[in-house]
Design a protein around this ligand. Structure first.
Ligand SMILES: Nc1ncnc2c1ncn2[C@@H]1O[C@H](COP(=O)(O)OP(=O)(O)OP(=O)(O)O)[C@@H](O)[C@H]1O
Ligand SMILES: [Mg+2]
Length: 262
């Protein structure tokens, strides 16, 4: 089961949601792989902290290494799992990002390597029970590769009016990708993030989305400074603060998704 978390709008909670749902999955005993396809590397940083660039040559590591071996005549045929890192958490594994992804993008695109991630992750089907893919805030080669490789997409929505506007083009992009490349991709749910029940606008926006038939997840995630703190500590919030309200919401969201109710 592979989930991609995607919204081309920046800062809506893609990384926070990817890492925390994956951490819950791992804590429940499922072998869980997180794939970081955002060159910003926020997921990589969140889960494993600062990377020693000397110890890990950027072009040989993680997602960049995996993609790089698909181009050129001197093909390496390393198992995709050899690019995967362990994390400090049991059952939680990471295919890290690296700055080299930017340089590789044009070459991968021009050589039409858009199915390579799907093929690589299929080879790992027996290794991992769940795969969570974090994407950049762009509809680019990497997010398209992820949407092609995944079974379902989760769309974080941060309750501002710009988010509402961008949701239309986002859904158009997803529909086009489904038609052209991955008809089996399911929109699993819109995840309401940083929901403020005291304010009027967020409630209205969510009600409008539901009225228009968007599959809004029943569990909303509220805003908490603890989220930022957990990024700073390089520990998923659900691990750092197990009894926090936002952790409880993540657990409810996880159960909602896993039970197929979303
Ligand atoms: N529920 C929340 N409560 C408080 N802060 C949050 C919450 N969710 C995310 N944030 C904060 O908002 C910022 C953006 O979140 P995050 O990095 O998860 O978004 P993103 O969509 O991955 O961003 P980008 O598009 O840059 O990759 C971070 O500083 C994060 O700590
Ligand atoms: Mg991010």
């Amino acid at each position: 089961m592979k989930r991609v978390v995607f919204n081309q709008k920046g800062g809506v909670g893609k990384t926070s949601i990817t890492c925390n749902l994956a951490a819950i999955s791992a804590a429940r005993g499922l072998r869980t792989l997180v794939v970081d396809l955002d060159v910003q590397g926020n997921t990589t940083h969140y889960l494993v902290g600062e990377i020693d660039a000397d110890a890990f040559p950027a072009e040989a590591q993680g997602a960049a290494g995996l993609f790089k071996q698909t181009v050129g005549s001197r093909k390496m045929h390393q198992n995709p799992d050899s690019f995967v890192w362990e994390t400090p958490w049991e059952n939680l594994f990471l295919l890290p990002s690296s700055p080299v992804l930017t340089q590789l993008e044009r070459e991968l695109e021009s050589r039409y390597k858009i199915y390579k991630l799907r093929d690589a992750l299929q080879k790992l089907d027996a290794e991992y029970d769940r795969v969570y893919i974090d994407t950049p805030p762009n509809f680019n080669f990497y997010s398209k590769s992820a949407l092609i490789a995944a079974d379902t997409v989760l769309v974080p929505f941060d309750c501002d009016s710009f988010a509402r506007q961008s949701l239309y083009s986002l859904m158009d992009n997803i529909a086009e990708l489904q038609e052209d490349h991955n008809p089996d991709l399911a929109v699993e749910g819109i995840v309401i993030n940083q929901f403020n029940s005291q304010a009027r606008l967020p409630g209205e926006l969510v009600a409008e989305l539901e009225a228009e038939g968007y599959p809004v997840c029943a569990t909303y995630l509220s805003a908490s400074v603890k989220m930022r703190e957990s990024h700073h500590e390089h520990r998923p919030l659900v691990d750092l603060a197990p009894s926090h309200k936002l952790t409880q919401q993540f657990l409810a969201l996880y159960d909602e998704l896993e039970s197929g109710r979303a």
